[in-house]
Design a protein around this ligand. Sequence first.
Ligand SMILES: Cc1cc2nc3c(=O)[nH]c(=O)nc-3n(C[C@H](O)[C@H](O)[C@H](O)COP(=O)(O)OP(=O)(O)OC[C@H]3O[C@@H](n4cnc5c(N)ncnc54)[C@H](O)[C@@H]3O)c2cc1C
Length: 383
Amino acid sequence: MKQTADAVVIGGGIMGASTAYHLALRGCSNVVVLEAAEMFGLGATGLNAGGVRHQFSTAVNIELSKLSIGMMERFPDEMDQEVSLRRCGYLFLADNEADLERFRRNVDLQHRHSVPSCIVGVSDIAVLAPEVALEGIVGGSWCPLDGLVDPHGLLQGYIAQARRRGVTLLTRTPATGIEISGERVQGVITAAGTIATSTVVIAAGPWSAAVGTLAGIALPIEPIRRQIAVTAAIPGLRSDFPFVIDFSRALYFHREGNAILTGMSNRDEPPGFDTTVDEAWRLRHFEHAIERLPLLADAELAAEWAGLYEVTPDDQPILGRLPQVGGLHVCAGFSGHGLMHGPATGLLMAEEILDGRAHTIDIDPLRWARFEQGSGASEFNVV
Ligand SMILES: Cc1cc2nc3c(=O)[nH]c(=O)nc-3n(C[C@H](O)[C@H](O)[C@H](O)COP(=O)(O)OP(=O)(O)OC[C@H]3O[C@@H](n4cnc5c(N)ncnc54)[C@H](O)[C@@H]3O)c2cc1C
């Protein structure tokens, strides 16, 4: 167990691993990553749908996607790890004019950030996704550059390369306390001892609020259960089946191997850490899923699981240094779309720590202070 470190990162999901790697890449390798679980990737990072998209409603999220997806493209060369980035496109479906109007405004914003998304009519949708039943659909938005990535490849790439550059990565080692004196971080306490450090990053995903309380900080991040089902192989499923989102129902499908992965978010799910599959919700999910994608009626179920979104009041992450305690940083609260922003976020957190301020992208809209100031835009494209 190290007794001192230049930085301690709490949480070994995509955010913690990417942050540690980017610190080491910049030459700051006396870093410890503390992971509570017995292996890396058992939190949200190992349980997600692998979707990557540019179609967001806020400028900062669009920029995070552009930076991250570029990094995913270079990942096999730079990180010696395949991540299976596949540009199958994301198709958002609207079943009412208000949502479609909002998609139009989002697409305008995406164009201002050079994203080639577009609004599509029902006849275009029938060509892009002929398998989908279009009952009640009035239009949608489409971006051919969106798609899928392998979450495990991304995470393992960062873990392996961080370790190679000298970062200490510990599993079964939860942070149990954060030592503070003179309004500055002094160390992180674990069952195996205390690590003296002047820099701490809270990257504990859905558990980040609990870690925040170790430093006396109330982080507005709630765990919300989300469940997924994957079918057995579906013969004849075309290889370019897109990522389809029935937006008002928060229902989605994409191709997973030779099968379909589908999820549907229960917008009334209360916060909590329960990750058992909710039987009542699963039946509702399957009923809507078969209605929208009739080929599912003949499909066999191969796997199901539930994981936790880490949700903030405006569905935007909280990034950067925390003003309450010197040396304390947060990188959490991605509200269901964090995997795709992990690469960029790690780079930005390394800049924030080593250069005093993240600069590749302006993260001011994502700082904790927005809650105190009552400012900031909510993300609309949340599934
Ligand atoms: C069902 C589902 C589908 C999703 N689909 C997508 C998608 O398609 N695209 C996308 O981009 N995102 C998606 N997400 C969201 C994405 O998975 C998360 O935003 C992202 O993985 C968050 O990463 P993280 O590192 O912040 O959290 P996590 O991966 O949860 O990592 C946090 C880690 O902190 C550890 N920890 C907790 N407390 C402590 C402690 N005291 N000390 C040490 N370690 C601690 C935990 O064990 C955990 O491993 C989805 C999420 C879910 C649940």
